[in-house]
Design a protein around this ligand. Structure first.
Ligand code: NAD
Length: 485
């Protein structure tokens, strides 16, 4: 085992779980046995919630300008430990070092945003009638929870930690049991940055801990990021207990390519979108709708895909099961009549025979009813469907139950606007393959890609992590004069 046993982080201390149930943590890169993660007990969750609840009065009463000083220092520490943090992300998740570096860069950007919250959180005040003023202020919720997926071991936790904490909440993080190592590093850096004990806690586990979080009477809000299947379960269960919940789910993102799109730029973007992080991004384009004659662009996509080399500029998928699932999707599509232009099945990387790699895969003549066209594959696969008109392309995009992102590649501004107005997705790209809004803009999809109100990052996250206090204040100025004289 390369690293020590994964521990919970409760009230500022790393603690070994008392559970007898552990899961192995294995690197997808080459099968190295990294560690064991505990499936913690509900008593351990209770202990973490107790610590967070005890820390809340002092932390929430600390002025926000003081609270964000912790995050200025945290940002500095992220920069200082940049390479180590990126290496750990790559090791436990399987993504390339370049992708892991980009992930830590994003953590820094997220933290920078949290440092700007004092400028964004100011309330409103107005004299509504003589001597009477109404005012609003954002007040923290209390103990909140953040449940995260495997595909960004550091970035998705950092979507929630800096904002929720800077806004005065105390948190329980439940990392993905597949990639639990980066969370411990985050906890150490937050402690080094001066975060008071109990404000941030980690409880490792899987389904049982997530259910206990949703049921816990002292947790006010639950943020979830993961598959749509689990997002629905968490949203229903947390709101059943009258908690505030924002649950981000899976995706099936469409890229619509019009015949006037710039071929090389379009091909590079399509290939990068479908294969970045081995296709394991909720923003990955996994369906392309080619409108009209786009053969020349598809040819270029094939050329670009062939430049993507597993184990070199393409990382591993998370597990053997994921590799098998992705390859099954490709085989089924082929059996149903799709043409495999680039085939990523049965890939082996020399020297990393125990790694779980799938090569870039381009499927053409996919029909909208096929599973590869409708379902989230979460692998480096693009399914190309052909249509004659933009409206047919939009009908395919609109029929998806998901709605995270959609993109259009064209040089025609009118066509782009037509698609922006009609695509049923929360995040739209024009000549951009991965249209992630950057801070201070907010990240969040529509339809079955997100349940709950607000977004998880940027300005709209303020609404999720705080409640509004409205006060109406009346003083008689005359009484002030009398008192002074
Ligand atoms: P997942 O849904 O399997 O797991 C997410 C979290 O839920 C993990 O912490 C896991 O322990 C827990 N969990 C798993 N099954 C559970 C159950 N039955 N009950 C309660 N909790 C359970 O997701 P994943 O495989 O880790 O991540 C990949 C998914 O996340 C993809 O669908 C991807 O699109 C999605 N994702 C979405 C976004 C977004 O912003 N919409 C961002 C990143 C990832």
């Amino acid at each position: 085992m390369k690293y020590a046993l994964v521990q919970n982080f409760i009230n500022g201390n790393f603690l070994t779980s008392g559970t007898s149930c552990f899961l192995d943590v294995v690197s997808p890169i080459d099968g190295t046995y990294l560690s064991k993660v505990p499936l913690s007990t509900t008593q351990e969750l209770n202990k973490a919630v107790h610590a967070a609840k005890a820390a809340f009065p002092a932390w929430s009463k600390t002025p926000i300008k003081e609270r964000v000083q912790v995050f200025f220092r945290y940002k500095f520490l992220l920069e200082q430990h940049f390479q180590d943090l990126a290496r750990l992300v790559s090791e436990e998740n399987g993504k390339t070092m370049a992708e892991a570096v980009a992930e830590i860069e994003k953590c820094i950007e997220l933290t920078e945003f949290a440092c700007s919250l004092p400028q964004l959180i100011t309330g409103e005040v107005l004299e509504v009638s003589k001597g009477v003023e109404c005012r609003t202020e954002h007040v923290p919720l209390g103990v909140v929870a953040s449940i995260v997926p495997f595909n960004f071991p550091s970035m998705v936790p950092n979507w929630t930690i800096p904002n929720a904490l800077a806004l005065g909440n105390c948190m329980i993080l439940k990392p993905s049991e597949k990639v639990p190592l980066s969370a411990g590093r985050i906890a150490s850096l937050l402690k080094e940055a001066g975060l008071p004990d109990g404000v941030f806690n980690i409880v490792h586990g899987a389904t049982e801990i997530v259910e206990a979080i949703c049921d816990h009477p002292d947790i006010e809000a639950v943020s979830f990021v993961g598959s749509t299947k689990v997002a629905k379960i968490v949203y229903q269960r947390a709101t059943h207990h009258y908690k505030r919940c924002l649950a981000l789910g899976g995706a099936k993102n469409h890229i619509m390519v019009l015949p006037d799109a710039i071929p090389s730029m379009t091909a590079q973007n399509v290939a990068a979108s479908m294969s970045g992080c081995a296709g394991q991004r909720c923003m990955a384009a996994s369906a392309m709708v080619a409108v009209g004659n786009t053969d020349h662009i598809i040819q270029k996509i094939v050329e670009e895909a062939k430049k993507i080399i597993p184990g070199d500029n393409l990382g591993a998928v998370i597990s053997k099961e994921a590799k098998e699932r992705i390859e099954r999707y490709i085989s089924e599509a082929e059996q149903q009549g799709a043409k495999v232009l680039v085939d990523g099945r049965n890939v082996q990387v020399k020297g990393k025979e125990n790694g779980t790699y799938v090569g870039p895969t381009v499927l053409d003549y996919v029909q909208p009813h096929m599973a590869v066209a409708r379902e989230e594959i979460f692998g480096p696969v693009i399914s190309i469907m052909r249509t004659n008109t933009v409206d047919e392309a939009l009908a395919i995009e609109n029929a998806s139950p998901y709605g995270n992102a959609a993109s259009v590649f064209t040089q025609n501004g009118g066509a782009a606007r037509y698609i922006i107005e009609r695509a049923s997705a929360g995040m739209i790209g024009v000549n951009v393959g991965v249209p992630v809004p950057r801070e201070p803009f907010s990240f969040g999809g529509w339809n079955e890609s997100k349940f709950g109100v607000g977004d998880i990052t940027g300005k709209s996250s303020i609404e999720f992590w705080t409640k509004l206090k409205k006060s109406t204040v009346k003083w008689n100025p005359e009484s002030g004069i009398n008192w002074m004289s």
